[in-house]
Design a protein around this ligand. Structure first.
Ligand SMILES: [Zn+2]
Length: 236
């Protein structure tokens, strides 16, 4: 939305910069007196986002663009902060992918030569990295209780993604190709992070994709039988 608002603000600015004799500018100026026109609606949009109009600040287009971008960034940062602080914002950035951008994996995987199965599994890998798959239940229902149970093996777990990827006996078979790789390592601490940050071309990348696909497949099957929600909401 902010991108659209920026375009509207800059479109208005360019119209203001046309010569006074310009037919289009004349029409644009007069349209402010008619409610419902693009001129009025765009003016209202700027007001709602706290943006000045070009004649209010009287600067060059370049300076105006900088002001608009700064204001929009501030509004977006404030909105994002508010969402992440709310109780339902549960994106576990700190543990799932501390310093790696998710879109990077998707783009890299699309360019990399991989079989169809691992390519499709990238979606499951992304869902797992985002931590939105519901991998635990209490009495067959999704729950935010501290003690929940693994949907695959029934064990009580507190860290569902860690459990599914590293410990759950139901996925032992799919975990075998990862054991012995650099990402698996000797230390358990940091292992989940290493696995989830593998990139196309890294040793074990396709194996981690297939493991993620199995976990995803199990979750889809479990929640379709129970009638529950497969994915958690990231933001209100
Ligand atoms: Zn389990």
């Amino acid at each position: 939305m902010a991108v659209a608002v920026k375009e509207v603000a800059l479109r208005r600015a360019k119209l203001w910069l046309l010569p006074d004799s310009d037919f289009y500018k004349g029409f644009f100026c007069r349209a402010h007196a008619c409610p419902g026109t693009w001129a009025c609606e765009s003016m209202e949009l700027l007001r709602r986002w706290g943006l000045p109009d070009l004649p209010d600040v009287g600067c060059s287009l370049w300076t105006y663009k900088k002001q608009v971008l700064a204001q929009l960034s501030a509004v977006c940062a404030e909105q994002a902060g508010r969402l992440l602080r709310s109780r339902r914002s549960c994106m576990p950035f700190g543990t799932i992918y501390p310093d790696n951008l998710l879109p990077g994996v998707i783009h890299a995987a699309a360019r990399f030569s991989m079989g169809w199965q691992p390519l499709v599994a990238v979606r499951a890998f992304c869902r797992l990295r985002l931590g939105i798959l519901v991998l635990t239940h209490v009495g067959g229902k999704a729950s935010a209780a501290k003690c929940r149970f693994c949907i695959a093996c029934g064990m009580a777990v507190t860290a569902p993604v860690t459990h599914a990827m590293i410990r759950c006996a139901a996925f032992d078979e799919y975990r075998l190709p990862l054991c012995g790789t650099v990402a698996w390592g000797d230390e358990v601490v940091g292992r989940l992070s290493s696995l989830l940050q593998l990139q196309p071309g890294d040793e074990g990348f396709e194996a981690v994709l297939l493991l993620a696909a199995k976990v995803d497949e199990y979750a889809v099957s479990f929640w379709s039988q129970k009638g529950g929600k497969l994915l958690r909401t990231l933001a209100p």
